[in-house]
Design a protein around this ligand. Structure first.
Ligand SMILES: [Zn+2]
Ligand SMILES: [Zn+2]
Length: 102
């Protein structure tokens, strides 16, 4: 190995070590809820615009729509099931408060 190869070796090793995906089983075990009371949620949102963030998935920045499947993390933050599943393939923390999911 020349010095450049050794450097590459450790750089690659580092990247692998920093990747902490959450296991599929753990993601599956988080509770799912289906958005059904959208009218109610919107009324609450209109009453207090401070709550608006809670009606939005912070991975894709889209507001929830009726029928969407939403996962609740142990920190009580909510995300689209598909969005958070993708996120957890790369990271093991909540995208909003960064608390670890394990
Ligand atoms: Zn989303
Ligand atoms: Zn959180």
């Amino acid at each position: 190995m020349n010095p450049n190869e050794i450097y590459d070796f450790f750089t690659n090793l580092d990247l692998e070590a920093n990747k902490k995906p959450v296991s599929q089983n753990l993601v599956e075990s988080l509770p799912d809820t289906q958005v059904t009371n959208l009218a109610q949620t919107q009324r609450q949102g209109a009453a207090s615009s401070d709550n608006k963030e809670e009606n939005k998935c912070l991975v894709c920045m889209c507001e929830y729509e009726e029928g969407d499947m939403v996962k609740t993390l142990p920190c009580f933050h909510k995300y689209h099931k598909e969005c958070i599943a993708e996120w957890f393939k790369r990271q093991n923390f909540c995208p909003f408060c960064r608390s670890e999911v394990k």
